[in-house]
Design a binder for this molecule. Structure first.
Ligand code: GDP
Length: 197
């Protein structure tokens, strides 16, 4: 699939106020600074698309982008930011939890992981929550250019093994570098396959 058109639609704190749930949507989430905005810009081929939602006050919201007039890409606020207060964290948990558990047109969630880090508790816990709730997800490793190609593959395989210790089925994994503009097509193909099924 080629992204011909990508535009920002709206930002919400309540999943029920998001666009009508009649078209498929795919959510992107990860720790703050994982490279989510850069990845979204790479996937859509628009250099500053994800910045639209990064204006003050909008970073902690559910952000919808409409792609090719046929599906939504959803930019979810990141987790694991050390400076966030308990109250803010609980607000985030409620907003994201409600969205992930109830959004009926959410087809798949992409969890972003910085490829340089070995498995972090915060990511593993988040994914365990998805698994327990039966919410389908894929893993996208970001910033692959920071490692040599074989190191990147080793990191991914180590992660796969770690998950296989507790998961019967390990989710699909993708390696990307927004810096080098690499890894876009397999992700868009996965989305296209879902859209066609
Ligand atoms: P977000 O907070 O998850 O939306 O992350 P950003 O996309 O804003 O990126 C956080 C930082 O990581 C920025 O300094 C980016 O330039 C850098 N970054 C993002 N993607 C890549 C990448 O693929 N390679 C490298 N080397 N740096 C990246």
């Amino acid at each position: 699939m080629k992204v011909q058109e990508a535009r920002y639609v709206m930002s919400n704190s309540d999943y029920e106020k998001c666009p009508d749930p009649v078209l498929p949507e795919y959510a992107f989430i990860g720790r703050s600074n994982v490279g989510k905005s850069s990845l979204i810009n790479m996937l859509t081929g628009k250099k500053s698309l994800a910045k639209t939602s990064q204006q003050p006050g909008k970073t902690q919201l559910i952000n919808h982008y409409f792609i090719n007039e046929s599906w939504y890409l959803v930019d979810l606020p990141g987790y694991g930011y050390a400076k966030v207060s308990k109250v803010e964290r609980e607000k985030w948990e409620k907003m994201i939890g409600d969205y992930l558990h109830n959004r009926e047109n959410l087809i798949c969630t992409f969890v972003l992981i910085d490829i340089r880090h070995s498995a972090l508790a915060v990511d593993l816990e988040f994914m365990a929550g998805l698994g327990e709730a039966g919410i389908p997800f894929h893993i996208i490793f970001t910033k692959a250019d920071k490692l040599k190609p074989n190191q990147a593959i080793n990191q991914m395989e180590a992660y796969r093994q770690k998950l296989a210790e507790v998961w019967e089925e390990v989710p699909p994994m993708f390696i990307t570098s927004a810096e080098k503009n690499e890894g876009r097509d397999p992700i868009l193909e996965a989305i296209e396959t879902y859209n066609q099924s």
